[in-house]
Design a protein around this ligand. Structure first.
Ligand code: FE2
Ligand code: FE2
Length: 279
């Protein structure tokens, strides 16, 4: 069994210190095998914000996989945005993550891609070269290994749920990453906590899509509050547990969604539906 803690959208500069302290405590208590941090570490890519983000990342347990978000590039300093958009991120955050933004063991393989771009506004992009890298990374893995792709911007739409903007290039990329064997897509950016529904590509490959909310910033979306996800992987079974911040009580277990990967792709298990209905 493997356990991933997926945290995103910290926006230091617009962070809530009480929530940050509770978050660090909660993640330590959960003892995850891997902590995935999917971007927007800062609000405006300022040095003091990167320093606060660095101290936060350092306070989390190892191992960590980190990728940047659109807020980790300068917005108003046009020269810096054009010439060295990720200098702050590269200096303060990137060295704290696992080499190559990728991790693999005998049960799971996880790769992170940078979808933040200087010229695409806030929505980002996934490129042909990145899709190639995904193919390369997952090639030659044995059958039982669960394959996970992490991006800041979503590259897949959750079926029958609220529509969100996807990274440019997603329409081409999604079937190709599914064909590369990716079973699970983790992303942040929209500050929505939509943990797990299924999108089928034209080739009927099944991909589980998991969005996570903002972990500790004040930029929360309608009713979602501050959340992070715990993802349990055991063979063909995956459970997504939403950890939700409750004032005065810290991060508490919220919705749980259980999935099984079979011949017809991912299936939501009935126990999850009951829990969803009960909310
Ligand atoms: Fe964000
Ligand atoms: Fe973002």
């Amino acid at each position: 069994m493997r356990k991933i803690a997926h945290l995103s959208d910290f926006h230091f500069g617009s962070d809530e210190p009480t929530v940050t302290a509770d978050l660090i405590r909660s993640v330590h208590a959960e003892k995850p095998d891997l902590v995935v941090l999917s971007g927007d570490f800062t609000q405006r890519a300022r040095r003091a914000q990167f320093e606060a983000a660095r101290d936060f990342v350092n306070a989390l347990p190892e191992l960590k996989l980190v990728i940047p978000g659109n807020h980790d590039m300068p917005l108003f300093n046009i020269v810096a945005r054009l010439l060295w958009p990720f200098s702050g991120y590269n200096k303060y955050i990137e060295p704290l993550g696992v080499t190559g933004q990728s991790y693999r063991d005998e049960e799971m393989a996880v790769i992170g891609l940078n979808t933040a771009r200087r010229f695409t506004g806030k929505n980002g992009r996934i490129s042909e070269a990145q899709v190639e890298r995904v193919h390369e990374f997952f090639r030659d893995l044995s059958e039982g290994v669960t394959r996970v792709l992490v991006t800041h911007h979503p590259v897949g739409q959750v079926a029958n749920e609220v529509f969100v903007d996807l990274a440019f290039g997603s329409q081409l990329a999604l079937p190709r990453v599914a064909h590369a064997g990716v079973q699970m897509l983790l992303s942040g950016h929209h500050h929505r906590c939509l943990s797990g529904t299924i999108e089928e590509t034209e080739e009927k490959e099944s991909v589980l899509i998991v969005y996570v909310g903002t972990a500790n910033s004040t930029r929360t979306r309608e009713g979602d509050g501050n959340t992070y996800n715990l993802i349990y992987i055991e063979g063909h079974d995956v459970e997504v547990k939403v950890m939700r911040w409750v004032p005065g009580a810290g991060f508490k277990e919220g919705r749980r969604s259980a999935y099984r990967y079979g011949d017809d792709g991912w299936q939501l298990l009935p126990t999850s539906q009951k829990q969803r209905a009960a909310e």
